[in-house]
Design a protein. Structure first.
Length: 181
């Protein structure tokens, strides 16, 4: 897979106001895996641009990609750039959460622990909102995040920030669905 060419194809389709849904073959997923591994070792300014291309490709692909889980986790743990984290969370909804659910499997513990750690250590209100949106898509398994979410719930003084308001609304929505334990 030529990542640059695939990314450019997606951008062209978007400019034409078309949906650039890709079907990645197993070989293309493996190529993307290898490319992503190399990108994570690049200097930060280059890494940022290349990660955006990878995440754009994943966001517009139809194939769900089981082998990419370690790279989603590595990116979430090592790249502190808010926009990259948000796009990684967005792509992980399809390529991790939906993939595992379609297989009838519970979410991988590695992914759950990574999201919990980010909720605990995150300082950006927009990233927190996206973390909560990601948790909310976990359906019944979102209960696994209850303790860490309640410990890190934005306070009343943070209501001036729209992302914190959205986070509080998401938490309230999940609280209504979670059993009282």
């Amino acid at each position: 897979m030529d990542v640059e060419k695939t990314y450019d194809h997606i951008i062209e389709k978007l400019k034409e106001d078309k949906r650039p849904l890709l079907r990645l073959s197993n070989d293309e997923v493996q190529d993307l895996f290898n490319y992503w591994m190399a990108v994570l070792k690049e200097p930060e300014e280059v890494r940022h641009q290349n990660l955006m291309k990878i995440l754009c490709i994943l966001d517009h692909s139809q194939a769900l990609s089981d082998p990419l889980l370690p790279l989603f986790v590595a990116t979430l743990k090592t790249v502190e750039h808010s926009q990259i984290r948000i796009f990684t969370l967005s792509a992980s909804i399809k390529h991790v959460i939906e993939h595992w659910f379609r297989q009838g499997n519970p979410l991988p513990e590695l992914f759950i622990e990574t999201i919990k750690e980010l909720i605990e250590t995150n300082k950006d209100p927009e990233v927190l909102e996206w973390l909560l949106r990601t948790v909310e898509t976990c359906g019944g398994q979102s209960f696994k995040f209850k303790d860490v979410i309640l410990r890190n719930r934005p306070g009343m003084l943070s209501l001036l920030n729209k992302h914190n308001r959205n986070s509080i609304e998401l938490i309230d929505l999940m609280l209504k669905r979670w059993p009282n334990v």
